[in-house]
Design a binder for this molecule. Structure first.
Ligand code: B1M
Length: 210
């Protein structure tokens, strides 16, 4: 592997934003194909996801890694678009109506971007109708809903029910501290993920099962 790609993977793993930026610039400068740069980034992020899942690292480390990755992705994105490497799947993500918590949702969004999903992030306090509008507009194969409050779990349920009522062809993944697999089953969501790393696995399973 080219030295700058090794440095890039390592700098994502360790969340070193400046090093990641420099290594990405060096790889671009050396005409390394964008998909190889993306693989180096994704491999760093996959390692972060594995260690997060195993409780070897925690939220702050994931956030710095994700920020380093975003810096590199911003440099890489125009090249990926030019070379026609489009993300295969689109996910619309948001925190449900009434809920302003977004740290976990942002982590999930970053991990999904790292796994080469196109992520449409609607932010927080998102009404069901706005979610549906975005899913239809972007033909999103996946809808990802986050809730951190027990009091906003009903809003999550309503959003899922509305998506079903309208027969919108999207899979629904839910998560957030008070959410459980049982709740997902009860409200008819297609998948539940307990953390950002598992969210990538669940998202991949859901879009490939369509
Ligand atoms: Co709030 N808050 N908060 N808060 N807050 C909690 C959630 C709470 C548990 C604190 C407590 O009382 N112990 C409690 C909820 C109690 C309950 O409902 N059972 C609470 C409350 C009550 C409130 C207010 C009502 C307080 C008030 O005003 N009286 C208020 C509500 C505002 C509103 O939303 N309408 C409020 C406000 C806030 C702040 C604005 C101050 C701030 C949010 C800032 C922000 O997000 N930008 C805040 C914070 C920071 C927290 C705590 C301390 C931390 C949440 C967090 O970011 N965790 C939280 C207590 C706690 O959790 N220890 C608390 C880190 C984050 C990485 O984890 O979000 O769980 P988490 O995400 C995880 C997983 O859940 C999962 O992956 C993430 C990464 O592993 N995940 C998904 C999340 N979304 C997912 C989606 C997926 C898959 C996985 O698929 C789609």
């Amino acid at each position: 592997m080219i030295a700058s790609l090794q440095i890039l993977t390592e700098s994502i793993k360790t969340g070193k934003r400046k090093e990641a930026k420099a290594a990405t610039e060096a790889a671009i400068e050396a005409n390394v194909p964008p998909e190889e740069i993306l693989n180096a980034l994704s491999s760093g992020m996959a390692d972060v996801g594995r260690r997060f899942k195993a409780n070897e690292i925690f939220v702050p480390e994931v956030l710095v890694a994700a920020r380093a990755m975003q810096t590199s992705m911003a440099l890489l994105e125009p090249l990926l678009v030019k070379s026609g490497i489009e993300p295969e799947h689109t996910v619309v993500i948001g925190t449900v109506e009434g809920d302003l918590h977004d740290i976990g949702k942002n982590l999930v969004a970053m991990m999904l971007k790292g796994a080469n999903f196109k992520v449409v992030d609607l932010g927080t306090n998102v009404p069901a109708d706005k979610i549906i509008e975005a899913v239809q507009q972007h033909n999103a194969q996946l809808t990802a809903l986050s809730a951190l409050l027990t009091t906003t779990m009903p809003a999550m349920q309503q959003a899922v029910e509305k998506i079903h009522e309208k027969n919108i062809p999207t899979k629904i993944m839910i998560g957030g501290a008070p959410i459980t697999q049982e709740f997902a089953n009860d409200i008819g969501a297609d998948g539940y993920a307990a953390d950002a790393a598992s969210a990538v696995d669940v998202a991949r399973q859901l879009v490939s099962a369509r």
